[in-house]
Every structure is written in C-alpha cells, then in structure tokens.
Design a protein around this ligand. Structure first.
Ligand SMILES: C[S@@+](CC[C@H](N)C(=O)[O-])C[C@H]1O[C@@H](n2cnc3c(N)ncnc32)[C@H](O)[C@@H]1O
Length: 362
C-alpha cells in the first residue's frame, strides 16, 4: 500500500489529517487516516497506490496549513538489525531509483529527540553506503527526489521520498532559529520564521528592506517589532501594554496606546502590517482584509489564534472570509496560511494584493 506521511505539530494530527483528506477528495483521491497522536505524524493511506505520487505532484505543500513536511512511502516499516544497518537499508531500498538528498527524521517527541543522536551517528556511514550503491547521487545535485528515512526507533524505520520542488528544505519541516538575546519576547521567532517561510529570500531586498514603514498591531512587549526594527524599518507599534525600552531607544518605534481595531494610518505609506493581537480570529481576518482593500498596507502577516475545538474549520472559515471579500472587489491576491514551528495555538497567515486596491472600497 502507498501512503503519504505528513509531519505536523504534536497534538494537531487530527487537523493535519482532516486537511489532507479533504484536499485529496477535491482531486477525487480517497484513503483513510492513521494518526500517531501527540507524535506529530499522520499516515494517509491511499486506496489506489498511484494516487500518493499524483497527489504530491498536484498539491503544493505550501497550500497545506497544518503539514510541515511530507513524503510518499517507498517501503512498509523496515525492521533494522543491531549490526550492519547500512547494508540492511541498502537492501530494503533496492537500486531502482536515485535520490539527490537524504533526510533522517524522527517523530517530534521527547523519544524522537533522543533518537537524533542515533541518527547523527548513522548519517555518515549511511550516506556513504547509499552513494556507493548509487541510491544517492553525487553531492551538489539538487534536482530530483529527496529520500526520507523516518526512524521510529533504532530498530524501526520507514522510507519515502518527496519532490525537491514541493517539500520543505528543512528536516521535518523545522527551521532551527536562534533566539536573539536583544529581542524582548520569544514571540520574535514567530515573525522571523514567517518571513523566512512566506517571503522568498531573493525578494527580501524589495519586500523586506530598510526604510520601509510598518505597523504592528498588538505589539507589546515588542518581539515582532524587534524583527522589523532589525531590518531597518520604521514601526508604529499599537498596544495598551508597554514596549521594551531597548526598542524605543532605537528611535525607529512610535508607540501608540490604543485599540488595534480603531487605529487608522494617517498616510498611505505603510508597507507591512503585522498583527499578533490575541483576539477572535474572524475579527482579525476581517480587519486584515480591510487594511489591504483600503490600501493601508501592501502586505500583511498575522496570526489567527485557534479555538479549543474545530480548529481546522475555524481557519478555513476565516480564510474564506478574506477570499470572499477580495473576490467581491475582483482583486488579484496571494494568501497562504501555515502552522509554523514556532506557532502554538495559532496559525500564521500572509496576504497581499497583486492588483491595485479598489478605488471605491468603503
Ligand atoms: C501575544 S501578545 C503580542 C506579542 C508581541 N507580538 C511580541 O512579539 O512581543 C498579544 C498582544 O495583543 C495585545 N492586544 C490584544 N487585543 C488588542 C487590541 N484590541 N488592540 C491592541 N492590542 C491588543 C495585548 O495587549 C498583547 O500585548
């Protein structure tokens, strides 16, 4: 049987599964789910073998909200011996296909973390063995498939592959970011990851650059503002709570103690709107659509805080609110949402208009 394996935040397997099942059914592909609860792993077993690869080719990973990484299975779970593991793996994989890279992965749990030491030790001999038997191509070849080895323990592994142009470049879809000591809150990593995830690096000079104006709604104590300031932007920070002194001293931040839903920028010179207000997600979604359609900002990055129940349904509904409003005014747009690694009970959304905002928007 062929399956798609998806990685998500532990505790969100149900959402991740519901999403892949729904999006597969839109493409008339069906299967059943096997959830590894609180391990951040979902198996989607397709009723028809060839559907796994077809689906992975048709559906961009960036369209999935809850999946961080995925692969199509090549084997069932393989039992590994205590010795000569490399030989056992080479044999299990056969020599029919070649891959450009190898990702050694584990469940995102404490047991999984304990396994990373084992994976690190195995990595060098395994790569050598796979190259020797031509399962891995020479270094530097970044086209083609990526081989995934998901270790459940030192004795059990499953293999699969993803497509280099439709996967996460990070192992398990997790970028490892360093917390900057000068940042006033750990939330800073959320916006750092969001920029890395949603904005291609080659466009940073144009879209994330020094001298731009930004507004940060729900800014205190300033973790997100810090990310804007360190990129040389001038920031209007809106929050009734206090902002970190260190940020205020930069001279790049103007702090207004007021309600983020009531603030209206004086001039139409804001490029970025970022918003991390703890508020009902549908209110935030609506506000973001308003800012973009009124031309108050060019791009918006925001969090939708998730409810306790019906988390997937809530996100879909909130995104639909934005899409409906954009559609009403026939604007072209880009809208992506992702449950990022540094997100918790929230997803991050990026939105921008690709055509001019309507002149008559009320
Ligand atoms: C998660 S914290 C923001 C953390 C911030 N992004 C950081 O990195 O330091 C949420 C903030 O939203 C603010 N907030 C909630 N509702 C708001 C509103 N209606 N207007 C302005 N701020 C609001 C809260 O005061 C709180 O400081």
């Amino acid at each position: 049987m062929t399956s798609i394996v998806l990685y998500c935040r532990p505790g969100f397997e149900k959402e991740c599964g519901a999403e892949i099942q729904e999006k597969a059914s839109w493409n008339e592909m069906y299967g059943y789910l096997e959830l590894y609860k609180n391990e951040g792993i979902v198996f989607f077993h397709l009723h028809q073998d060839e559907h796994a690869e077809t689906l992975m080719k048709k559906l961009p990973l960036k369209r999935l909200i809850f999946a961080r990484q995925w692969f199509v299975t090549l084997t069932e779970k393989v039992a590994l011996p205590d010795y000569n593991r490399v030989e056992a793996i080479v044999e299990a994989l056969g020599n029919e296909w070649q891959y450009a890279d190898l990702r050694m992965e584990t469940p995102d749990t404490n047991d999984g973390k304990a396994l990373t030491k084992f994976c690190r030790k195995l990595a060098v001999p395994l790569r050598q063995g796979l190259r020797k038997s031509k399962i891995l191509t020479e270094q530097g070849d970044d086209d083609g498939g990526v081989l995934h080895a998901l270790f459940f323990s030192g004795q059990e592994v499953i293999f699969g592959y993803s497509l280099a142009n439709n996967n996460s470049r990070h192992v398990m879809g997790i970028p490892r970011l360093r917390f900057p000591n000068a940042a006033p809150s750990r939330s800073t990593l959320k916006l750092d990851e969001a920029f890395l995830h949603f904005i291609p690096k080659e466009e940073w000079d144009e879209r994330l650059t020094s001298g731009m104006r930004a507004v940060d709604l729900g800014s205190a104590p300033g973790g997100w503002t810090y990310q804007l300031v360190r990129r040389g932007m001038m920031v209007t920070a809106i929050d009734n709570g206090p902002m970190a002194e260190s940020l205020m001293e930069t001279g790049q931040v103007k702090h207004l103690m007021m309600d983020g839903f009531k603030y209206v920028p004086m001039k139409q010179n804001v490029y970025w709107l970022v918003c991390d207000m703890i508020e009902k997600p549908h209110r935030v979604a609506w506000l973001m659509a308003q800012w973009l359609l009124k031309g108050y900002c060019k791009e918006a990055m925001f969090n939708l805080k998730l409810p306790m129940k019906g988390r997937y349904q809530e996100v879909v509904k909130d995104l639909q609110t934005i899409k409906d409003e954009f559609a009403k005014y026939k604007v072209k747009y880009e809208l992506y949402a992702k449950h990022l690694y540094y997100d918790r009970e929230e997803v991050t959304v990026h939105a921008r208009l690709l055509s001019a905002p309507p002149a008559d928007y009320e």
